[in-house]
Write a protein that binds this ligand. Structure first.
Ligand code: ADP
Ligand code: TYD
Length: 210
């Protein structure tokens, strides 16, 4: 049974869906209300996360199965590390906002290999910490593609229209598979950042019992 009052929130969505933007807005709102907030992201900026980013940029070659394994390792370290691990942050009373977590692996690695294998490979992290809510910012792949290409110099491994469509469909598949164990709240991300933030804030407030 959950005993802590502070929430663990994961933001999910395809590339360019607005996760970073919404993480920032939600952090500001919670902080303004006096909550201690720790916002973070995966792949991390730690050693394993850096290696992953190098691979996603195409600078280092690795098989998809290796990438899946690296995400598993990066995530476990992100949870358990004695210095920056989020298990400890939650114990210390922080509300933790994660820009991507388990469902990102199911959707992205599941696009290249058996999704059930990916779910199994991440079972340890899921057992340690499932989010109180997974907020899925649902943006059409066309809109997201436009945003990514207008605003970025580097386009990463999965950022083609077909890639984004496939990843979105894998998110849906994973939500359906895990509907009994994971709580997912979906918001229409094809709107202005302000409107999306309003929906997210309403949900978070209701979960905080406000
Ligand atoms: P993600 O973290 O999901 O990749 P970002 O928050 O970095 O997404 O947003 C990708 C780009 O789209 C950024 O340039 C950002 O300013 C812009 N953006 C974010 N949310 C919206 C929105 N609701 N409408 C239009 N543009 C947006
Ligand atoms: P991110 O930096 O969040 O990119 P963006 O801002 O474009 O959403 O994530 C980098 C890439 O890592 C993104 O394409 C999704 C991918 N990814 C996975 O493939 N598996 C995972 O488990 C995670 C956390 C991310």
């Amino acid at each position: 049974m959950k005993t802590r009052k502070n929430l663990f929130i994961a933001l999910e969505g395809i590339d360019g869906s607005g996760k970073s933007t919404q993480t920032k807005l939600l952090t500001e709102q919670l902080t303004a209300q006096g909550h201690k907030v720790y916002s973070t992201f995966e792949p991390t900026n730690n050693q394993i996360g850096k290696l992953i980013r190098d691979i996603l940029r195409g600078n280092t070659k690795a098989d998809h199965r290796v990438i899946a394994g690296l995400f598993v390792a990066d995530r476990l370290d992100h949870l358990l590390n004695e210095e920056y691990g989020i298990v400890k942050k939650l114990e210390e009373g922080y509300t933790v906002i994660m820009d991507r977590y388990l469902f990102s692996s199911y959707a992205y690695q599941g696009a290249h290999m058996d999704i059930d294998w990916v779910i199994q490979a991440n079972a340890m992290s899921a057992q340690i910490l499932r989010p109180d809510v997974n907020i899925f910012i649902d943006v059409s792949p066309e809109v997201s593609m436009h945003r990514v290409h207008t605003n970025r110099e580097n386009v990463e491994l999965f950022e083609t229209l077909d890639g984004l469509k496939l990843v979105r469909s894998k998110y849906m598949e994973a939500f359906e598979k895990l509907k009994d164990v994971e709580y997912v709240f979906s918001v229409d991300g094809n709107r202005t950042p302000g409107l999306i933030a309003q929906d997210i804030w309403q949900k978070v407030q209701s979960m905080l019992g406000q």
